[in-house]
Ligand binder design. Structure first.
Ligand SMILES: NC(=O)CC(=O)C(=O)O
Length: 279
């Protein structure tokens, strides 16, 4: 049977608080709501079980996939019979901490695991300084996974800024790039939507960004504005700062049409770029 060319993606812009158990229960409620809304794939945000900050990562970190948050995610996928991108959580592996996203099949089995490969180390004087590398270690591999509809490339937040990674995913056959992320009140308004639309139009793919809801009392205030950009570079689903679920129908026929109309895939000069890259 031919694979269906459309599916419904839901992004859960979750309110995250300091109580891990409350975050897990809230996530479970919202995954259920998203599935009731017709979603076949649901995604949660970066650090969905913990506040986002280097001072929190050690305290909230768990083993992946043996910890309680992964157990809860597996149950959410199985109970709702849905493909679930479980946002990210702080992961502990021995003495090492990572920012790690997991993906779950509708039977509750683990499909993929991605450790954030580009750590968020920035310093914008007078605005924001954040150094994930003070406590986290970067992942060492890129991550794609297949679904009944298309291949998906997975990144976490700062990974979105690296166009090479997105292009590699597109070259590996991904039609959707998915980034749990938490931009902030400085970089969010400037770059969040721009980067999603750029990744989409450059690579002729759908790009989905899923943020926590904004909490102005938190030490790190997330921008929110979860969104989906189409391969044409348009925003096809979006929201503002509050907790909500947004939906986008991912249309792979439309993606194919755009790639036929503007055949970048056939026109790329890999013979030139690859030679230069290898020098
Ligand atoms: N939080 C991040 O990883 C990235 C971010 O906020 C930004 O790139 O801006």
């Amino acid at each position: 049977m031919a694979a269906a060319s459309r599916f419904r993606l839901a992004l859960v812009q979750l309110s995250v608080c300091a109580n891990k158990q409350e975050n897990l229960l809230r996530a479970a409620r919202m995954v259920k709501e998203a599935t009731a809304g017709g979603a076949q794939m649901v995604a949660l945000p970066e650090c969905f079980n913990s506040p986002y900050g280097t001072q929190y990562f050690g305290e909230y970190a768990e083993s992946v996939p043996d910890g309680p948050s992964c157990k809860a995610l597996s149950e959410m996928a199985r109970d709702n019979s849905v493909h679930l991108v479980g946002g990210s959580i702080p992961e502990r592996a021995g003495e090492t901490l990572y920012n790690t996203a997991t993906v779950w099949a509708p039977d509750g089995s683990l499909v993929a695991k991605h450790r954030k490969v580009h750590l968020f180390d920035i310093d914008i004087p007078g605005k924001i300084r954040f150094q994930e590398s003070e406590t986290l270690t970067a992942g060492a591999s890129l991550t794609t996974f297949s679904t009944p509809w298309c291949r998906v490339g997975l990144g976490i937040c700062y990974d979105l800024r690296f166009s090479d990674m997105a292009t590699l995913y597109a070259r590996q056959g991904c039609d959707l790039l998915l980034y749990p992320g938490a931009f902030n009140m400085t970089t969010g308004p400037a770059h969040w939507e721009l980067l999603a639309r750029a990744r989409s139009v450059d690579n002729q793919v759908y790009t989905a960004l899923v943020s926590p809801a904004r909490d102005t009392t938190a030490s790190y205030v997330a921008w929110g504005h979860s969104l989906v950009a189409s391969p044409w570079g348009e925003v096809v689903a979006s929201t503002e700062a509050d907790e909500t679920v947004i939906y986008a129908d991912i249309d792979l026929e439309e993606l194919k049409r755009i790639r036929e109309n503007i055949p970048l895939g056939k026109q790329r000069r890999l013979d030139l770029y690859d030679t230069v890259q290898k020098v």
